[in-house]
Ligand binder design. Structure first.
Ligand code: BGC
Length: 491
């Protein structure tokens, strides 16, 4: 029996196989590369706090800290029927949300459309035509022949956008592998409106929102302890509320200093200048080969889009370059294809319940036509654990930084996204890292809540978008016109 370093697999007791010495050495090297210890987590968190503050300053920093003009938490009493359009990294979703007269309750109907891969690197017209097409299909299916010009729409556009108004947003840069020409530096709202006008769909865009802000608001609708909204999915990011008095870059607006303002952090850009994150040679390759090198340094170590690619790059390197030559004599052409493995592949490796890792062996055979030997399977499993654990632990630094900055000693954090919801042990690993960063004492029993709990969120891009539209309409009714560009759209 050979020990492969500390780990607590949920259903396997550990390796019972004789792993050769050179492979054990390789595993140790990987552990050194990918392990982030408590001291480093704390150092990252402290730097993160400074960067959050810098992003709010006039000079700005790497983290954009975008004011969203979402200026209130929901009360649970919001009502009305809204449309929501969600343009995430993988799917496009159209929803109709009814905020009912029962406190904190809603009904939702929705249709999902796959974002065609070629659209992500196409041009702006194709993108907006596709978006308008999906919206039109939805409206025709659910409201044939009806006049919907009183229907308000929240558009969840989950990319960094500068918003001078809630119904306005200039795309700062594409993220998540998107590279559509003609949109960066432009206000996306008129582009969207022109596309739906061409199709005669009479919908009013009331709010452009980020998925994190939506997640925060949707979660706060049903849970008053919610203070932070996070997405751990194809991309990663968070939103929380500041008072405008703490946002020097909004001083020129002359808002009362205690005015609440949701901030879309865009924390994926944390440490773009590479001061603190422990990047491995594999992280450097991911960045270099991405459509936006130098951007989204933090996101590229955490988000679902990149986890499978990190794993693939390590395996290819161990086959080609390191002394061990894993998969020796086998054709690894399929593994050579960039982005061929997504994070669900890693999830399956981590979930393999069998001592002999037979499910992992099947996965490699079926997807990559590779037959790893028993020792290689042990390395593969350990590598997946290392990459998944690092992602969860680094994510916790962002949550801890916001909590420390705001002085939240206890609160709930609403989280959504495929990595949070589906990646095995992500939640427990994140919670453990928070405990280490914030020096919480060990729990007395398993049922005891952590002071800061990261919980599965309500649907931010649907319900959250509807709520933000509702809150904005209410604000206009109350005569608070801050951050409204087209008042005529709010009737
Ligand atoms: C985007 C954010 C978004 C996050 C999660 C990032 O790539 O820049 O706006 O919130 O992904 O979807």
């Amino acid at each position: 029996m050979v020990g492969l370093g500390p780990r607590k697999p949920p259903s396997r007791k550990g390796s019972m196989v004789d792993v050769p010495k050179d492979l054990i050495d390789e595993i140790k090297k990987l552990e050194e590369h990918f392990t982030v210890d408590t001291a480093k987590l704390k150092e990252i968190t402290e730097h993160f706090i400074n960067e959050l503050t810098k992003g709010l300053s006039v000079e700005g920093g790497s983290i954009p800290m975008n004011p969203t003009w979402c200026m209130a938490m929901p009360t649970g009493e919001e009502q009305g029927t809204f449309l929501a359009l969600d343009m995430g990294g993988t799917n496009l979703r159209v929803c109709e949300i009814i905020l009912t007269d029962q406190k904190s309750e809603f009904d939702i109907i929705q249709s999902k459309y796959r974002m065609p891969e070629e659209l992500k690197t196409g041009d702006a017209d194709e993108l907006w035509e596709y978006v308008a097409d999906c919206l039109q299909q939805f409206v025709e299916a659910h409201h044939p022949g009806e006049n919907l010009d009183k229907m308000h729409l929240g558009f969840t556009f989950s990319y960094p956008a500068t918003q001078d108004y809630i119904d306005h947003g200039v795309l700062q840069r594409w993220t998540k592998g998107f590279d559509i020409s003609g949109v960066e530096g432009e206000n996306v709202v008129p582009m969207f409106e022109a596309a739906i006008a061409r199709r005669g769909v009479p919908i009013k865009l009331t709010a452009l929102i980020n998925d994190t802000t939506g997640t925060l608001i949707a979660s706060a609708y049903t849970d008053t302890k919610m203070k932070i909204g996070c997405i751990f999915g194809t991309g990663c990011n968070a939103a929380y509320f500041e008072n405008t008095g703490s946002i020097p870059k909004l001083a020129h607006m002359k808002l009362p200093p205690d005015t609440p303002m949701a901030i879309n952090c865009e924390w994926g850009a944390f440490d773009n200048e590479h001061k603190v994150l422990p990047r491995t040679p594999y992280d450097i390759i991911i960045d270099k080969d991405s459509p936006r090198p130098g951007q989204q340094a933090f996101e590229k170590m955490i988000a679902g889009l990149y986890l499978g690619e990190l794993f693939r790059l390590v395996l290819v390197n161990l086959h080609d370059n390191e002394g061990v030559h894993i998969f020796e004599g086998q054709n690894i052409d399929k593994l050579r294809k960039a982005y061929t493995l997504d994070s669900s592949f890693l999830s399956l490796v981590e979930e393999d319940p069998f001592e002999n890792l037979s499910e992992t062996a099947d996965l490699f055979q079926n997807k990559l036509s590779i037959s790893p030997n028993r020792s290689e399977l042990e390395l593969i499993r350990r590598l997946a654990e290392l990459i998944g654990t690092r992602a969860a632990r680094l994510s916790a630094c962002g949550v801890a930084a916001i909590a420390k900055k705001k002085g939240y000693e206890s609160c709930h954090v609403g989280a959504d996204g495929s990595v949070f919801n589906k990646y095995p042990h992500f939640k427990q690993r994140g919670a453990q890292a928070l405990r280490e960063i914030l020096d919480w004492p060990e729990k007395k029993n398993q049922k005891e809540e952590d002071p800061i709990e990261i919980l599965a969120a309500e649907d931010g891009s649907g319900v959250g978008a509807a709520l933000i539209a509702a809150l904005t309409l209410q604000r206009v009714k109350d005569g608070n016109m801050a951050g409204i560009l087209h008042p005529e759209n709010f009737k």
